[in-house]
Design a protein around this ligand. Sequence first.
Ligand SMILES: Nc1ncnc2c1ncn2[C@@H]1O[C@H](COP(=O)(O)OP(=O)(O)OP(=O)(O)O)[C@@H](O)[C@H]1O
Ligand SMILES: [Mg+2]
Length: 234
Amino acid sequence: MLSVENITVCYGQMKALREVSLEVSTGQMVALIGANGSGKSTLINAISGLVPIAGGEITWEGQTLKGLTPDNICREGIIQVPEGRKLFPAMTVEENLIMGAYHPNVRKQAQESLQKVFSTFPRIADRRRQFAGSLSGGEQQMVALGRALMAKPRLLMLDEPSLGLSPKAAAEIFDIIRGLNKEGMTILLVSQEVMQTLAITTYGYVLENGVLALKDSCDRLLEDPKVKTSYLGL
Ligand SMILES: Nc1ncnc2c1ncn2[C@@H]1O[C@H](COP(=O)(O)OP(=O)(O)OP(=O)(O)O)[C@@H](O)[C@H]1O
Ligand SMILES: [Mg+2]
């Protein structure tokens, strides 16, 4: 289980997160929603150890992540698919995927993992020798997801996996995410596609200007007047 307890993150004088708490239990898929600039990516980056926390604590399976570097945190199985995918455009699909299995504890199984990723995403298997930069947005997102799976995540954090995708490609990605969770993957899903996100998750958190504004089961969030007006445009 991941437990974020009252964390504060500052960029210089600006507090991007103020005493934010969140939990993701094993096997659960949790939603994190909020407007642009509310601090969603900052929270994911804090969990990954990419931005320092100024207060509070993050624990994983009961152990603090304090003092761990991002690569130590990856080694714990906490893996993110970053906003904007961050592929290596001049490397092939296969080379990008192999980069996901960089850590020695997953490297030995890289070929086996690669076959598994290709069976999950047949479309990118057909394009394995193509440069990642030449793929469509939806295919690139599949490579980014596949690269994360190569690291054998125990917690998968997805930052805006449907950003910039057509409704059809976005629906395909959401189906894949739901399938991964059904197979037992623990997931923290950040998305502005609030309706689709709350439809596939069980519990959700709403960030507003760096502060946790709401947390509830997704069924109740979908009925919440604030969520309806601010995020669902109803
Ligand atoms: N590296 C940084 N240096 C300074 N300020 C930053 C940095 N990264 C983010 N911020 C600021 O922190 C706030 C939260 O940003 P963050 O990227 O976490 O929001 P977000 O909810 O992910 O937004 P979006 O939906 O647009 O991706 C914003 O005001 C942003 O300008
Ligand atoms: Mg973001």
